[in-house]
Design a protein around this ligand. Sequence first.
Ligand SMILES: [Zn+2]
Length: 79
Amino acid sequence: MEIIKQEKAITNCIIKNEKGDMCAGHLKEYLTASEEIKKQMPAKQSVYRCRRCLALYTMPKQDHLQGSKSGVLLPPQKL
Ligand SMILES: [Zn+2]
């Protein structure tokens, strides 16, 4: 299974379909990731899964990014 590595945390899926449309599904932390996936995961990162196409991402934990000086941060999402 392919895991997309993101250096910056994102909140929506960036996978494109054959037509070039972005999936834009909401990413949710994937707490029940298998050991196989966890082994591929860099330290201090977390696994996220798209709720729409089920693509897997590893990226920095979004909590850790709050208050960071680098880059533009998205506001916390209201559920
Ligand atoms: Zn998706």
